[in-house]
Design a protein around this ligand. Structure first.
Ligand code: SF4
Length: 284
């Protein structure tokens, strides 16, 4: 039997960014760029490149190219970068997910009030970089809750705590417990995305029932990595693939139940291909 997660496939933010890119490319009479991958999925990016999108990895490289439209990726970019692009003569089309925008706004406003910002997340992830770029004062990124203990603070310091949209619910609760232990009363913004939570919860339920768990996503996609971690916790035969080509027949020997889930930037087409391939391999 093959169980496919109902929540798998594009989330609202990715769907919106891809539609904005398609509409921009259709109407544009100038070059259209994205600074970094618009969303973390190679197949989606390849399809957009076929429509004319040029993905440029660094701001410096982009500044050397003919002026045109720059699509801001779903993860957002730092405010300083956005201003630089506008000042240098590019037109900016903002496809930042509204949920990421919401965090950027909180961080900007609370840091302007003097709060120290603590972001639970991966400092190397583009979304976190875009959020850090909104902070006006002291700002720290803690990948693990315990990392907070390594930092030095004064007793007078006021905190605002936010989380990367794809951060683990369990770890965020742990971080808040640490604040509580130190008698800090921070302003807490629970900014983990509902789409991410629902996917993690469904992945957990399916993984409990499954002998083999397949997680589809890009290695660069944070929400896909979290799905892999959650699945791995409850099903030791969890495999992480990008497309159906990554499946191996030996994974399915003796497997009665196969679970499938996918990250928020995985197109339905890939999900269906993987589902069909798993059904065939599971019969062998
Ligand atoms: S996972 Fe959530 S925050 Fe990230 S793009 Fe999708 S809707 Fe937006």
């Amino acid at each position: 039997m093959v169980i496919v997660a109902e929540t798998a496939g594009f989330c609202f933010g990715v769907q919106r960014a891809v539609e904005m890119a398609e509409n921009t490319l259709k109407d544009a009479d100038c070059p259209v760029y994205s600074l970094g991958q618009l969303v973390h999925n190679d197949t989606v990016i390849h399809e957009l490149e076929e429509l004319g999108l040029r993905v440029v990895d660094s701001l410096e490289d982009l500044l050397g190219l003919p002026r045109g439209i720059v699509l801001i990726r779903a993860h957002g970019i730092p405010q300083e970068t956005e201003e630089r692009l506008t000042n240098e003569g590019f037109r900016v089309v903002d496809a930042t997910c509204p949920r990421v925008k919401h965090i950027q706004r909180i961080v900007k406003e609370r840091s302007e009030l003097g709060d120290t910002i603590v972001i639970a997340g991966d400092p190397e992830h583009p979304e976190v970089k875009s959020i850090v770029g909104r902070a006006k004062g002291r700002c720290f990124v803690v990948p693990e809750p315990e990392d907070f203990l390594k930092l030095k603070f004064s007793k007078e310091e006021r905190f605002t705590v936010v989380a990367q949209t794809t951060y683990s619910v369990k770890k965020f609760q742990k971080l808040l417990a640490i604040f509580h232990d130190f008698c800090y009363s921070p302003f807490i913004a629970d900014t983990m995305c509902k789409a991410t939570r629902e996917r993690q919860e469904e992945a957990r339920k399916i993984a409990i029932e499954s002998d083999v768990m397949i997680v589809i996503g890009s290695p660069r996609s944070s929400n896909s990595q979290k799905l892999r971690d959650v699945s791995n916790e409850y099903c030791s035969h969890t495999y992480f693939i990008q497309t159906a080509d990554g499946l191996k027949p030996e994974w399915f020997f003796d497997a009665k139940t196969v679970g499938i889930t996918a990250g928020a930037s995985t197109p339905k087409k890939i999900l269906t291909e993987v589902q069909i391939a798993c059904q065939n391999l599971n019969k062998c």
